[in-house]
Design a protein around this ligand. Structure first.
Ligand code: C2E
Ligand code: MG
Ligand code: MG
Length: 642
């Protein structure tokens, strides 16, 4: 028998019994004096009241048994149990450390617990009725939320890490479970999200990583992290066919400092050594403390091995100034071992081992020194450093020369202008090409002086040609990209123009594409300032950089010089043909002149002419030469006509 049937049966029996009692009371116990119909009516009314009073009293007295019989006790107990359960759930809900948030199926928040307030910083009245999207951190994209809703719909729940925003604006990670709650009809009416704050765990994770990967004394990466980064750098260098290098630095006689001044002072020395090295290299290179008095430097992209020698030289120079430790000036020197990938080693471990061997060599060589792993490389690098020293003197001792290479009009075949190209007349080595010493000058900071010197010489020479009646359109002077990004270039050019008295319209400055695109906004400003002086501007070696056409359009440039690498393939190489034609079309569409460099054959000259290139320069016309040797009779153009 079901609960409902049992109760219905009970109620029927109970009311049947009551009716029977009333009938008994009104009929069988009818007193004999009641024959008069009026008296009978009165009697029946009174007995009716009595019956109601009696049954109410009976019902009240027997309510417990009655209810028990009807199943009411069960209901009461259940009600009380439900009530207790709710109280318990509410206590758990409020005392749990996890934040709880309940929404209805219209995505409105209907309930939050105390932990929610603690974690998010929001009071209940600030969020009730709102959409939980209020807490979005902006860290996740629409896809993330899409997958989350999909999982809730499909599986009824979702668990995962999610970044939300506290009331304070702080973004924090939380581990969240969302579950849909169904009503008796099986419809999802509510969603419950339970979450815990992961920021403390993340923080301790970060601290653990920090401890495992960084040196506690100096805060620099430690050996473990350095090795990891070197492994990555080697892999990247291998994939991109590039070079990388490590420099291992070891303080000379550091043991003496520790022994004589104590370990705590020794620690201070190590700290200030680290600070000085960080100041020298900034965040560009990975600097690590490998342990003890050993530091290491990782050069991820090292196109020339002379670069490592230069870095080593910079470190040696930086150690020339004393370290001030507790009012004492300490002079400390350092020895450096260098190893290169792929020249010396093919793996990170080998690179470190070889740098160590090179360091040993440097120590043996008298300390305060550096050594490369390979003997011949050491010699070569030292030669470059030596050359840098000599280059410094070359300007003072007047060893630089300017050669001029004519630029021809491809239509009239006549010389229209010249490009100034620097040479170094070395007392022992003879004529050194700019390809060899310009990079050294750039690295050692001498390039500014050299470029200024060439510019002055070229402007003076151009003035002399003008005076002699040689009416050239322009003299072109190269400006190094290093020089170009120094802000005061325009001021120096203006000063040289004023000193030499040359009409600015006769001067053309050549900057490379990479210099212009390195910092386009700054370059644009500089180009405009130069242009305001009245000179013209050309982009050299065009096609080798990664010019943005949009930026190129905004630049006040009057000429593009097609890089000789593309001209070399003419007229056979299809790629070169396509690139050269595209550059010519581009220059023309932007109203610029176009010049082809490195023309070595008549076919190249003819091809360029036929395809609309206006100007050309190359060995086929004339090599770079001293000013006095230039043949002004347009002789090369006569050959083209034959
Ligand atoms: P660049 O400005 O592109 O100069 C053209 C280079 O190509 C010159 O080399 C020139 O001698 C060479 N060349 C000219 N015609 C031909 C040819 O038909 N075939 C071949 N294979 N080469 C040809 P150079 O004089 O050795 O100069 C090399 C680079 O050094 C220049 O390239 C320029 O970037 C730089 N440079 C030269 N002088 C200076 C200067 O005064 N300052 C600066 N910052 N850089 C300079
Ligand atoms: Mg040039
Ligand atoms: Mg060039």
């Amino acid at each position: 028998m079901t609960d409902v049937t049992r109760k219905a049966l009970g109620a029927a029996v109970f009311y049947g019994w009551l009716t029977f009692m009333w009938w008994l009371a009104s009929r069988s116990l009818l007193p004999s004096w009641v024959h008069d119909p009026v008296r009978l009516g009165e009697y029946q009314q009174t007995s009716g009241y009595l019956w109601v009073a009696l049954s109410t009293l009976t019902l009240f007295m027997a309510r417990r048994h009655l209810l028990g019989w009807l199943g009411g006790t069960h209901l009461l107990r259940q009600h009380r149990e439900d009530h207790d359960r709710l109280r318990l759930a509410s206590a758990v809900f409020d005392s749990t450390r996890e934040g709880v948030l309940v929404t209805n199926n219209k995505a409105q928040i209907v309930h939050v617990n105390r932990a929610f307030v603690d974690i998010t910083g929001y009071q209940p009245d600030e969020v009730l009725g709102h959409n939980p999207s209020k807490f979005k951190s902006g860290r996740h994209d629409a896809d993330f939320y899409g997958q989350m809703y999909q999982a809730i719909e499909a599986d009824g729940q979702w668990n995962g890490e999610i970044w939300n925003r506290r009331k304070s604006g702080e973004v924090y990670p939380q581990w969240q479970s969302i579950r849909g709650i169904k009503d008796a009809d099986g419809q999802v009416r509510h969603f419950v999200a339970v979450f815990s704050d992961l920021s403390a765990i993340k923080r301790s994770e970060h601290e653990r990583v920090q401890l495992a990967h960084f040196d506690a004394l100096t805060g620099l990466p430690n050996r473990l992290l350095f090795t990891e980064r070197t492994t990555e750098a080697v892999a990247a260098a291998r994939a991109n066919r590039r070079h990388c290098a490590i420099l291992l630095l070891d303080l000379d006689h550091f043991k003496h400092i520790n022994d004589s001044l104590g370990h705590s002072l020794g620690d201070l020395v190590l700290k200030s050594v680290a600070e000085r090295l960080v100041g020298l290299f900034g965040a560009e290179l990975t600097l690590a403390r490998m342990g003890g008095d050993e530091f290491a430097l990782l050069v991820k992209d090292c196109p020339q091995m002379a670069m490592t020698a230069n870095l080593a030289q910079q470190v040696l120079e930086a150690f020339k100034a004393p370290f001030l430790i507790e009012d004492q000036a300490l002079f400390i020197t350092v020895s450096i071992g260098i190893s290169l990938f792929p020249n010396d080693a093919l793996s990170a471990e080998q690179l470190l081992r070889n740098a160590d061997a090179a360091l040993f060599k440097a120590k043996r060589g008298g300390r305060e020194n550096y050594a490369l792993y390979t003997e011949e490389l050491t010699a070569h690098a030292q030669q470059r450093v030596e050359l840098a020293g000599q280059l410094r003197r070359a300007i003072e001792q007047n060893e630089l020369r300017v050669y001029y290479q004519p630029v021809h009009d491809l239509t009239t075949r006549c010389i229209r202008g010249v490009e100034a190209l620097v040479r170094w007349e070395h007392p022992e080595r003879g004529m050194v090409s700019p390809g060899e010493f310009i990079p050294i000058a750039e690295q050692s900071g001498l390039i500014g002086d050299i470029d200024n010197w060439v510019l002055r010489a070229a402007c003076t020479q151009m003035g002399q040609w003008q005076a002699a009646g040689i009416a050239l359109d322009f003299v072109a002077v190269n400006i190094s990209s290093r020089r170009f990004i120094q802000g005061d270039l325009d001021l120096q050019v203006a000063a040289i123009l004023a000193d030499t008295g040359l009409d600015p319209a006769l001067l053309e400055l050549e900057v490379t594409e990479s210099a212009v695109m390195h910092d386009p906004e700054q370059a644009l400003e500089q180009l405009h300032r130069l242009r305001e002086l009245g000179l013209s501007l050309a982009i050299d070696d065009f096609g080798t950089g990664y010019s943005s056409l949009l930026r190129l359009k905004r630049m006040p440039v009057q000429k593009l010089k097609i890089d000789q690498g593309f001209v070399a393939g003419l007229p056979a190489d299809e790629d070169d043909i396509a690139i050269v034609c595209a550059i010519i079309a581009l220059a023309r569409s932007m109203g610029m002149k176009v010049l082809a460099e490195g023309i070595e054959t008549a076919e190249q000259a003819a091809f360029l002419f036929e395809n609309g290139c206006q100007l050309g320069q190359g060995y086929w016309f004339a090599r770079p030469m001293p000013a006095a040797r230039i043949d002004w009779a347009c002789a090369p153009s006569a050959r083209l006509r034959e």
